[in-house]
Unconditional design. Structure first.
Length: 432
């Protein structure tokens, strides 16, 4: 009996071509590991006439129905990207009794429940390892290897483009516009870089990670998001002086009696924190669990072969489940309905950089504004600016609610002594 597991591949772009390459070059190992050959039977693309290296022309189609109606195909691998038709194709694949592997963070973050419900209804597998962290194993660790733990915190650098930009700004003191241009020239940032620099790509990944870590459904809309567009070389230099580096982090915390706190924003991270050493386009995810303690997963967050490594691992997992009659074995793990902690109630330390009039009593007035809002100061640094009669003040606060910082900024904005609030950035430190 032919036990070959056949795949319908949706997309033959960066990731799809990597999947084809890995399945071809590691075919014998994969067959040995699965117990049967794993082969691509059809490949869906937009432009079926385009010549593509490494792709058998006979397998190429521009009609999803060719894959849907092919009874031999048991796994649909979606690496097209975007919301629709990708989501529609995945739902139709489940309804046709096929399993699905996807790298699509957009669909998982926005419609994860709908997909899992369809997978369950049809007793099918749904795997999405490549949707966060590219080649880094993090979804399977959260769903399986760390499942003995109660996870209290997950924190990650999950966007390579912005990490590359912040690393360059830190290493060579370049400004935001210059590093964005360089990231675009290297092909990391898109011509429209918004999804990366405004934090939306990271927010989708944060929603997926928090759903898995805390076993409760978190959608993109639940994530408080801030990008890196306001970070300046001055902030990076002050951070360094104070012993921190600036990173764009996806943060998820399960706060007892408050709920789930999920956000994406730049933070000042102590230079000694393991995530501070993650540079360039690399990604890393730091997990705190009540059995393992601290663990960190590090590696390439994107790219053809690294991402294909995660997609093909999911294909192998699915093929094993099919051959052992165990499809649908690990379904949705969101069995809780935990409340969200409103962003105003979340707690952090803060870095506040102000340009103020250099006159007697200025510092006193500013300290009073923080005090009136219940914000306790940890350190204050003052430098005289090149700007005439102005001084620059950098304040680091103790742990404080976000609403108290918002109140402080509102009050500072009314003080004649304050010229400009230059930046307000959260600080991740020992107190948090
Ligand atoms: P890509 O290079 O743009 O490739 C997309 C492929 O899908 C192309 O082959 C395209 O066909 C096909 N396609 C798109 N829309 C289609 C439609 N409506 N009908 C038929 N075919 C269609 O994208 P990618 O970078 O490989 O990304 C794919 C997915 O992986 C996305 O969800 C992305 O977020 C995720 N991902 C990517 C990376 C990465 O490093 N690139 C890392 C992690 C996750 P044509 O070739 O004919 O245009
Ligand atoms: N645009 C993403 C990044 C890669 O820069 O990390 C795909 O998830």
């Amino acid at each position: 009996m032919d036990k070959t597991v056949y795949i319908g591949l949706l997309g033959a772009g960066t990731v799809g071509s990597g999947v084809i390459e890995v399945l071809n070059k590691n075919a014998s190992e994969i067959e040995a590991r699965v117990g049967a050959p794993v082969k691509i039977k059809k490949v869906l693309v937009r432009d079926a006439k385009k010549v593509r290296d490494g792709l058998d022309k006979a397998t190429v189609t521009d009609s999803f129905d060719d894959i849907l109606n092919d009874k031999d195909i048991s796994i649909v691998v979606e690496v097209m990207g975007g919301m629709n038709p990708a989501k529609d194709y995945m739902l139709r694949a489940f309804n046709a009794g096929k399993c699905v592997v996807t790298a699509n963070k957009d669909v998982i973050a926005a419609c994860g429940k709908e997909l899992f419900d369809a997978a369950k209804k049809n007793s099918a597998d749904l795997h999405f390892e490549a949707s966060v962290g590219g080649g880094i194993p993090i979804i399977t660790p959260l769903k399986q290897s760390l499942t003995a733990n109660k996870i209290t915190e997950i924190m990650g650098i999950v966007n390579g483009t912005t990490n590359y930009m912040l690393t360059k700004m830190t290493e060579v003191g370049a400004d935001y516009d210059a590093v964005l241009k360089e990231a675009q020239e290297k092909g990391y940032a898109e011509a429209n870089p918004s999804a990366d620099v405004d934090g939306l790509d990271a927010a989708r990944k944060a929603a997926i990670l928090a759903s898995l870590a805390f076993n409760t459904r978190i959608s993109l809309d639940d994530v408080a998001v801030e990008g890196i567009t306001k970070i300046t070389p001055e902030d990076i230099a002050f951070a360094r002086e104070l012993g921190y580096v600036i990173k764009l982090l996806a943060v998820g915390k399960d706060i007892p009696s408050k709920g789930i706190d999920v956000r994406v924003h730049p933070v000042l991270l102590p230079a000694s924190h393991p995530l501070s050493a993650v540079n360039g386009v690399f990604n890393a995810i730091f997990v705190r669990g009540n059995a393992i303690g601290e663990a960190m997963f590090y590696g390439p967050g994107a790219g053809s072969l690294p991402t294909a490594s995660a997609v093909v691992a999911d294909i192998i997992d699915t093929a094993r489940d099919i051959l052992y009659g165990a499809v649908g074995r690990i379904g949705c793990t969101c069995y809780n309905e935990k409340p969200l902690c409103p962003v105003e109630e979340t707690e952090s330390s803060y870095y506040v950089r102000l340009l103020v009039k250099d006159e007697p009593g200025a510092l006193g007035n500013i300290a009073t504004a923080f005090g009136k809002n219940g914000v306790s100061l940890k350190s204050v640094v003052q430098t005289t600016k090149a700007v005439k009669h102005k001084a620059e003040i950098v304040v680091i606060t103790h742990l404080v609610k976000h609403k108290n910082i918002l109140g402080t900024m509102e009050l500072l904005n009314t003080l004649p002594v304050v010229d400009t609030i230059k930046n307000v950035i959260r600080v991740e430190n020992e107190e948090c």
